[in-house]
Design a protein around this ligand. Structure first.
Ligand SMILES: NC(=O)c1ccc[n+]([C@@H]2O[C@H](COP(=O)([O-])OP(=O)(O)OC[C@H]3O[C@@H](n4cnc5c(N)ncnc54)[C@H](OP(=O)(O)O)[C@@H]3O)[C@@H](O)[C@H]2O)c1
Length: 327
């Protein structure tokens, strides 16, 4: 069968190849075999391949943080899955045609779910959900502000906030995204700039915004912090600018802002399998009822993994890039 393999740390489009590996064979006791249908390429995959993530892979090695597929076979003693079930994988080696692993490495999804959307559930939807609900007790009518608002996480956050009545201020770096995000349910969309806080104040009628969600770091997070009310929380979860977080100490000393980091992998290590299953079951309902939907800009077979990675690295994309291992 075919699989993506990292041959060396370096530019993703040059260091990942599609190779042939032995089929994983029939599942043993407590295991399942899954045909992988769709995998999203996330910034974290690229950071990891290029040696800029929390942990460095040791090549040659398999890849792929997310994937969704269908159960092809179940081993003895497996009770929560059966052949034909749609599943989301919890393993981090998804860019492959088939995965054989313990049954608890897979979360069952509703039969109606679109597996291309489900392949974006594990990382981005859970990240948006947890950041929205873990730091400030936001009630309907309250506001949250985020940057990189057109990203996968950003779009999920807009839609989840809308569904719970929380209003969103969305910072982007391209004016052409304004109408698109508003149609998705964004309340305010603004293009980033030095006068961001003033324009946000005008657009929200001086709303007290207690939660700021930052994927960019650098000077952008400083501008986001300026938009927050005294005592508010900045959650930094991404490093798209590649620069250090830059927030004026004024906001911590005199305005009591809080800065916290969010990393889904770390949060999930604190959860039991039952808690993980329950969280994704609720979020999967949001995929099925259409609350959550992220555009897929392009899909590639595993044999074109290098082209897919080059595409995923482009800025100003119109959506996610995915792999379809069994297409
Ligand atoms: N901490 C966690 O647990 C966790 C979990 C999930 C995701 N993340 C992080 O969340 C971020 C978004 O992930 P995603 O999958 O949603 O991304 P995505 O869909 O691939 O979108 C990337 C976004 O980043 C923006 N961007 C790229 N370079 C930028 C720059 N230099 N300055 C400002 N914006 C820039 C893009 O804007 P344009 O469209 O204008 O190019 C786009 O909005 C990434 O940093 C990712 O690593 C973290």
């Amino acid at each position: 069968m075919k699989a993506a393999q990292l041959s060396a740390i370096g530019p993703a489009e040059k260091t990942v190849q599609c190779i042939d590996i032995p089929d994983p064979g029939a599942p043993g006791p407590g295991e399942v075999l899954v045909d992988v249908v769709a995998c999203s390429i996330n910034p974290a995959d690229i950071l990891s391949i290029e040696g800029n993530y929390a942990s460095k892979p040791t090549p040659p090695c398999p890849l792929g943080i997310e994937g969704a597929g269908t159960v092809a076979a179940v081993g003895e003693g497996v009770t929560h899955l059966k052949v034909g079930d749609k599943v989301m994988s919890l393993v981090r080696t998804n860019w492959v045609q088939r995965i054989r692993d313990k049954a608890q490495a897979f979360v069952r999804l509703p039969p109606e779910v679109d597996l291309a959307q489900a392949a974006m559930l594990k990382v981005n939807v859970a990240t948006a959900h947890l950041m929205l609900t873990s730091y400030e007790n936001l009630k309907p009518g309250d506001w949250v502000i985020q940057n990189a608002a057109n990203s996968g996480v950003g779009v999920d956050l807009i839609r989840l906030a809308r569904a719970s009545g929380v209003r969103t201020v969305n910072v982007v770096r391209r004016a052409e995204l304004i109408d698109e995000l508003k149609q998705m349910g964004a309340d305010v969309v603004v293009v980033d700039g030095p006068d961001l806080a003033q324009r946000v104040g005008e657009a929200t009628g001086g709303a007290q915004i207690r939660l700021g969600i930052d994927a960019v770091a650098g000077a952008a997070v400083g501008r986001l912090a300026q938009c927050l009310a005294e005592g508010g929380t900045v959650v930094n979860y991404g490093l798209m600018s590649g620069e250090p977080v830059q927030i004026d100490a004024f906001h911590f000393v005199f305005r009591d802002l809080h800065l916290v980091g969010f990393w889904l992998a770390k949060v999930m290590r604190t959860m039991t399998f039952e808690e993980i299953q329950a969280m994704y079951a609720k979020l999967a309902e949001r995929l099925v009822d259409g609350t959550i939907h992220v555009v897929v800009e392009a899909s590639y077979p595993l044999t074109q993994v290098a082209e897919a990675l080059a595409h995923a690295k482009r800025e100003s994309r119109g959506g996610k890039v995915q792999l379809r291992p069994n297409a």
